[in-house]
Each structure stands twice: as structure tokens, then as C-alpha cells.
Design a protein. Structure first.
Length: 350
């Protein structure tokens, strides 16, 4: 028995347009044509369409579906397992969201005069936050600081940064550098001290218009405060480095350089959390990029390297807000030591 395209679409429960698309991409081609040129589908075509519908029901893309239809059954089992794990993760996220909403509800009920604006803002940003942060990220942030206190502290501070930008105060100005110190301190006090979290937060504020409207923090503000922090670090380095070394440091694009270091810190933190030993080849690749970035920043004079590392130990404000924690520093130092022991070119710890 053969079906015309309209008959088959009705039987399967899909549109004629979809069948045309499946034909165009080679997913299901009609086994024949009528004398008038109409597509004709036989029972094998129908069976294939039912398999496609079943796989699509698992949440697979058309490309994944096409690949699986031509693969052994073992691969299908693997994909089903993957989809089951994805569903379990979605269920866990939904349960976590319900728990957060329950906490908000309880706190609102316990407050005689709740700040509804703060809580409504918190609720409005939940969906956006989940696009950039895992449930573990958000839970860690909530354990570190009360949402209301977090928002209040930043809302009191951000207008000062915006005013400095509107007044066209350069990042090199004393006012801008002081703001950068306060910013980094606030990051350290109110946020998760993890460079991966900071990278995600930066990306969210640079790309999400709703977050920018809610917080007044956007890409230009992040670049401004990062450039000011770079200049402030230059002042701190002058106590430990030579004028020539400071001149080399200040020759860089401050915002871009600090963004590069933050991304490198984040990658190292990921390896550390995955329990990848510093002796592992995967870690070696990171450490070689680390060395290249260090040499780009400072050069490769051993005396300079020693002075920079001493500055980082003696002046904690240089690394404040970067997520470069003592545990991460120890991991990187162990990796650099291993490279030296195996005669792999290296030196820098940071």
C-alpha cells in the first residue's frame, strides 16, 4: 500500500511542509512517484517516519535523528541514557527553583514591611541567571550572601561608577582607581570567589539587556572598572618593580589583558575542580598558555618574574576580586614546578 503525501501527513500527524523538508534533507525520501509526479510513500517509509517521530520525542535534533537511524542500536541506547540524564538534570533544577521560591515566600511572609521592589527584581532575574549559571553556582551565591543585602550593596555603589563615567573621569584618575578598589572588595565580599563565576557574571552583564536595565551594569562599565583596576594595580606594582617593568605593563590594553588573565584563571580552576593533577598533559597545555600570557605581560627575565611573584605575595590587593585563590595558586605552582623538573621550558607562577 502506498500513500500520497497528504494522506501520510494526516496519518502520522505532521504537516506536508515537514515531509517536504524531510525529503529535501534526505531524512525520508518517498519510495516512488505517481504518473502525475506526486510523492508516494510505502510501508517502509511509514515505519521510518514513526521511528523519526519517536526519536524527536526524546528531544533529539534532526541531525542526531538522522545519525542514529543509520547507527547500531548500541548508540541509540547511549543517546537514550544521555536524554534521561538531561531530564533528571531539568527535574533537579525545577526542584531547586521551587525551593528558592519557597524561601522567598517564607521571607516575604516573615517581613512586616518587605522591600517588594528588591524581591520582584530578584524573581525577574531568575530566568536570566539560569541561562548563564548552574544551580550549584546560584546556591553557592545564596549561601554566601543574602539576596537582599547583595542587591542593596551593589545598588548603592553602582551609581557612583556611572557618575564617574558620565563625568568622563579617565580610568587613570584617582577617583576611578578608588572606585575599582571598592568594586573588587565588594566582589570579594558578596560573590562566589571563583574565576569561572566571575567570567559568567561578566558575560551576562555584557549580553543580557534585561540585566543591564535592572542593574545598570553593562559592557562599557565593566571595561571602565577593569581598566581602572589595571591602572590601580600599576600603582601597586611600582613599589616592587623597576620603572622599565612598569612601563611595559602599562603599554598593554588593560581591560583586554585582565580579561585574558581571568579566563586563564577560570580554566585552571576548572582543571582543579575536575581533580586533574598538575602533572597531567591536559594541565600542561594550560600551563604553557599561562607562560605565554605571562611573558606577553612581563617578558621572560627571571629577575622580573621573581619581583612580580613577590609583589603578588606582598600586596593582596593586586589579585583581589580575580578568584585566584591560595588553592589555585598552589595548583599552578605545582604545575610549574613539574614542568621545571621535567626540563620543560617554564618559570612563571603567575
Amino acid at each position: 500500500m502506498q500513500f500520497k503525501i497528504g494522506e501520510l501527513a494526516k496519518r502520522i500527524g505532521i504537516t506536508v511542509r515537514t515531509l517536504h523538508h524531510y525529503d529535501a534533507i534526505g531524512l525520508v525520501k518517498p519510495s516512488g512517484r505517481s504518473e502525475a509526479g506526486y510523492r508516494l510513500y510505502d510501508r517502509n517509509d511509514v515505519a521510518r517516519l514513526y521511528r523519526i517521530q519517536a526519536l524527536r520525542g526524546l528531544g533529539l535534533s534532526l541531525a542526531q535523528t538522522a545519525e542514529l537511524l543509520s547507527s547500531p542500536s548500541g548508540e541509540l541506547c547511549a543517546v537514550i541514557g544521555q536524554q534521561m540524564r538531561a531530564i533528571e538534570q531539568e527535574l533537579a533544577q525545577a526542584a531547586a527553583l521551587r525551593e528558592r521560591l519557597a524561601k522567598l515566600d517564607a521571607q516575604l511572609a516573615a517581613d512586616d514591611d518587605p522591600d517588594s521592589e528588591v524581591w520582584l527584581s530578584t524573581l525577574a532575574m531568575m530566568s536570566t541567571r539560569h541561562k548563564h549559571f548552574s544551580a550549584a553556582d546560584i546556591d553557592a551565591l545564596q549561601q554566601r550572601t543574602d539576596p537582599r543585602s547583595f542587591l542593596e550593596q551593589w545598588r548603592a555603589f553602582i551609581p557612583e561608577v556611572r557618575a564617574a563615567m558620565n563625568d568622563r573621569l579617565p580610568p587613570q584618575s584617582a577617583e576611578a582607581k578608588a572606585l575599582s578598589e571598592r568594586w573588587m572588595l565588594l566582589v570579594e565580599q558578596t560573590m562566589v570567589v571563583d574565576p569561572r563565576f566571575i567570567v559568567k557574571l561578566r558575560a551576562m552583564h555584557e549580553t543580557e539587556i534585561s540585566v543591564q536595565a535592572e542593574t545598570d551594569v553593562d559592557g562599557p562599565m565593566i571595561d571602565y572598572i577593569t581598566s581602572a583596576a589595571f591602572e590601580n594595580n600599576g600603582d601597586l606594582y611600582t613599589r616592587y618593580l623597576t620603572p622599565e617593568e612598569i612601563q611595559r605593563y602599562r603599554s598593554h590594553d588593560g581591560s583586554r589583558l585582565m580579561e585574558g588573565w581571568l579566563a586563564t584563571f577560570a580554566e585552571a580552576q576548572q582543571l582543579l575542580e575536575q581533580n586533574i593533577p598538575p602533572e597531567h598533559p591536559q594541565a600542561h597545555a594550560l600551563f604553557h598558555r599561562w607562560i605565554a600570557l605571562f611573558r606577553h605581560t612581563w617578558g621572560d627575565d627571571p629577575a622580573t618574574i621573581a619581583r612580580v611573584n613577590h609583589a603578588h605575595q606582598a600586596e593582596p590587593r593586586i589579585l583581589r576580586g580575580s578568584g585566584f585563590t591560595p588553592a589555585l595558586q598552589a595548583y599552578v605552582a605545582a604545575g610549574m614546578a613539574f614542568l621545571q623538573q621535567t626540563n620543560t621550558p617554564s618559570n612563571p607562577d603567575l
